[in-house]
Design a protein around this ligand. Structure first.
Ligand code: ZN
Ligand code: ZN
Length: 301
């Protein structure tokens, strides 16, 4: 059993949560999803959280037995956490909201989805805690979402794209597009990848962008930098609204002419990898505390 306070201060320090300040994404998306349904998120979530949108979101009992690790708060993840935890246990996620990005071989997604109020109530009744860490985790050099992918792919000589902390460039052992796509499936535990662009015989230089890599400017820049395969959570936006369709079309325009292989492994799986590997290890060694993984019921959603 470890004090919640101790875990939170270690996490805050490691991820420099306060140094990053307001999360540029969730400071917009949390009000955007909760305000229209009249949910008082400012009083439901911890004070610190509603000012910077990272860190301790719901505070439960003072002692933690186990830390549960998940990426998005899907109903399945929350139900599993609530039913299998003990009072005081902590759920550590990357996003405080579910993001439905759509399935390239199935339905388009809804975008950001609020946590159902009944789960927030059950979490509070059982005195459980939730901690989330978004941009500070994406940028972390060893526990980050990109860092975890680079590690799993044995990326050598990682070099940063100056001015963009969300992309890593690096080299892998010589491969081709088909082989690379096959190798990615078990790493992310996904049934298929999303693919656009050209299949290539020789791939050594890769770009890694966990989560939303469907940014045409980033892709163009990668290509100019000699990148042969662009690996991301999303190479396409499959969000079923005007914005999603606009981004989808923009990307398809680019895909017609690119010489790169563009490979998507799903937004959630691309970010869950960090929880499953580097963060799990770090918690077990540095806190140290027992961890429990809660994989999502489906990665392409
Ligand atoms: Zn991310
Ligand atoms: Zn994300």
């Amino acid at each position: 059993m470890i004090k919640l306070e101790k875990i939170i201060s270690k996490l805050d320090e490691e991820f420099q949560v306060n140094v990053f300040g307001k999360d540029p994404a969730f400071s917009r998306f949390i009000p955007q999803v909760y305000d229209p349904i009249d949910f008082n998120w400012k009083s439901a979530f911890e004070k610190g959280f509603v000012s910077i949108f990272n860190g301790l979101m719901i505070k439960g009992a003072p002692n933690v037995h186990r830390v549960f690790l998940a990426v998005f708060p899907t109903d399945h993840v929350l139900k599993t956490f609530i039913s299998t935890s003990n009072t005081g246990d902590l759920l550590f996620m990357h996003h405080p909201l579910l993001m439905e990005c759509g399935d390239p071989q199935g339905e388009w997604g809804e975008g950001f989805v609020p946590i159902q109020e009944k789960y927030i109530e059950q979490i509070k009744e059982k005195q459980l805690s939730i901690y989330t860490c978004h941009i500070p985790m994406d940028c972390h050099k060893s526990l980050g979402t990109n860092a975890a992918i680079a590690k799993a792919l044995n990326v050598a000589s990682i070099y940063k794209n100056e001015g963009n902390e969300f992309i890593l460039y690096g080299t892998i052992n010589k491969t081709n597009t088909d082989q690379l796509m096959t190798n990615l499936l078990p790493i992310f535990d996904i049934p298929y990848v999303d693919f656009e662009g050209q299949k290539r015989e020789n791939i050594e230089h890769v770009a890694i962008v966990a989560g939303c890599g469907d940014v045409v400017d980033w892709m163009k820049e990668a290509e100019q930098n000699g990148i042969q395969a662009y690996i991301s959570g999303e190479i396409h936006c499959h969000i079923d609204n005007k914005y999603g369709k606009y981004k989808y079309n923009q990307m398809m325009e680019f895909a017609k002419d690119t010489k790169m292989s563009l490979i998507g492994v799903s937004h959630s799986a691309s970010e869950y990898l960090a929880h499953r590997t580097v963060i799990k290890e770090w918690l077990e060694q540095h806190i140290p505390i027992q961890t429990v993984l809660i994989p999502q019921e489906k990665w392409w959603l």
